[in-house]
Design a protein around this ligand. Structure first.
Ligand code: SF4
Ligand code: SF4
Length: 206
């Protein structure tokens, strides 16, 4: 992803970073390594393949491709994301090569510092962890799906389904927490072109 992702630190050869002044490339690498939210299902639902991508080669590398809304894409959390890095970094898809979130862009332009960007990342990750913990309290642990979708599915159920006396209050907290996280991601990470909602009401592929 940028940046991607976290990956930069783990790539012996990073052509993107090579094109940047070293301190800036290093700062972006450190931030992505501390984040991963554009690969792990926190920020996006899908990543669209581009004309430069070879679906056959990417599928052979293990990406689980599918057709959706007339495009070939892959679901987030990405099957190539390994906790803090991209397992196919050198062969990652085009969108992953060019994407930079708002924080990386602002660090590049000098509108924010690396330290300030890291604070935003930590705040967003903390909020995402809180959402995940609430889902866990409801017994929802399907971490292979996008975080927002997991919340929407849980919130569509009546509290009685979860069989716990505090389910109603947990659902109320979940609703507030995922809304707060989405607002934070829109304000500090997603770009305007990432924000429109698609036919299913979820973020479009980047
Ligand atoms: S959201 Fe931004 S900082 Fe986080 S991994 Fe993606 S590009 Fe890097
Ligand atoms: S292929 Fe997956 S893990 Fe790698 S940069 Fe793209 S979204 Fe992230």
């Amino acid at each position: 992803m940028p940046h991607a992702c976290a990956v930069i630190l783990f790539s012996p050869v990073n052509p993107d970073a090579a094109a940047l002044p070293l301190p800036l490339a290093d700062a972006k690498a450190r931030l992505c390594a501390a984040c991963g939210m554009c690969c792990d299902g926190t920020m996006f639902e899908l990543v669209r393949l581009q004309p430069a991508d070879s679906p056959k080669e990417l599928a052979a590398l293990g990406l689980k491709l599918k057709r959706k809304r007339g495009t070939t894409c892959f679901q987030q959390p990405c099957s190539a994301f390994r906790g803090s890095h991209c397992a196919i970094y050198a062969q990652r898809p085009e969108r992953c090569r060019v994407f930079e979130c708002r924080q990386l862009q602002q660090v590049a332009t000098g509108d924010t510092t690396e330290g300030e960007a890291l604070q935003k990342i930590e705040a967003a990750r903390e909020q995402a962890a809180h959402v995940t913990e609430l889902l866990s309290r409801l017994g929802e642990r399907s971490s292979r799906r996008r975080l927002k979708q997991r919340c929407e599915d849980a919130l569509a159920q009546p509290a009685a389904v979860f069989g716990s006396p505090d389910s109603a209050s947990v659902l109320a907290m979940l609703s507030q927490s995922i809304s707060a996280l989405e607002a934070l991601l829109d304000a500090d990470f997603r770009l305007p072109k990432d924000e429109p909602t698609g036919p299913t009401g979820t973020s479009l592929p980047r």
